[in-house]
Design a protein around this ligand. Sequence first.
Ligand code: SAM
Length: 230
Amino acid sequence: MKRFHVITIFPDIVTAYAGESIVARAVKDKLIAIKAYNPRDFLRGKSKNGYRPVDDRPYGGGPGMVLAADPVVRAIDRALSAARKGKRKTKVIILSPQGKEFTNAYAERLVKRYDDVVFVAGRYEGIDARVKTIFRAEEVSTGPYVLTGGELPALTMIDAMTRRIPGVLGKFESLEESRTASPDVYTRPEVYEWKGKKYRVPKVLRSGDHKKIDAWKETRIAMRKKKKGE
Ligand code: SAM
């Protein structure tokens, strides 16, 4: 079983996604396990006013707050402790817009090489850089944009990796995965009417001529690639 651990101050985001669709089915079938760890649960000591923040101001100045090292380190350590006992292969990933780009090929490599993957979701200005040093973590970005937190990137990676675990996708879904699908797909009705205008399914798709249909799909794929500048 592949185990995914997510270090986050918003664990409900993770549990909500893990409870739906193919990912939830993989959890139920014991092909994967997903667990969230909140650094707030790993804070040491008690503050005078009862409020213990997980973040602090950055050294050297600058805007925003930084997630402090200690509660994050302790949360990661907890996530890794069971894996260490089982001699499972582990990897720690810190989600960051400056990280290595996440791709299908990288997802495949992670699935093949590691049993336990720990994802550290940043918030605010990010995470104290010593966390990366301590765990020799790799920084990974899911795309050239900045999000509010690392939870969605972590779930994106978990989803893409889960689909690559043997047995997760049904036979038909696997087939869908392995081929390049046309970007334009249609279902019933044949003619759809919206605000007085009629939208028709392309004639070729209704022809039953699979050679022509495949040629049409190839053209659509090529057109999209050209548009994207590939
Ligand atoms: N100025 C910070 C920086 O450049 O890292 C922005 C931090 S962002 C508001 C908060 C957190 O969201 C980051 O620490 C990271 O965990 C996550 N994040 C945002 N965009 C991301 C992306 N494209 N890929 C991966 N993680 C991202």
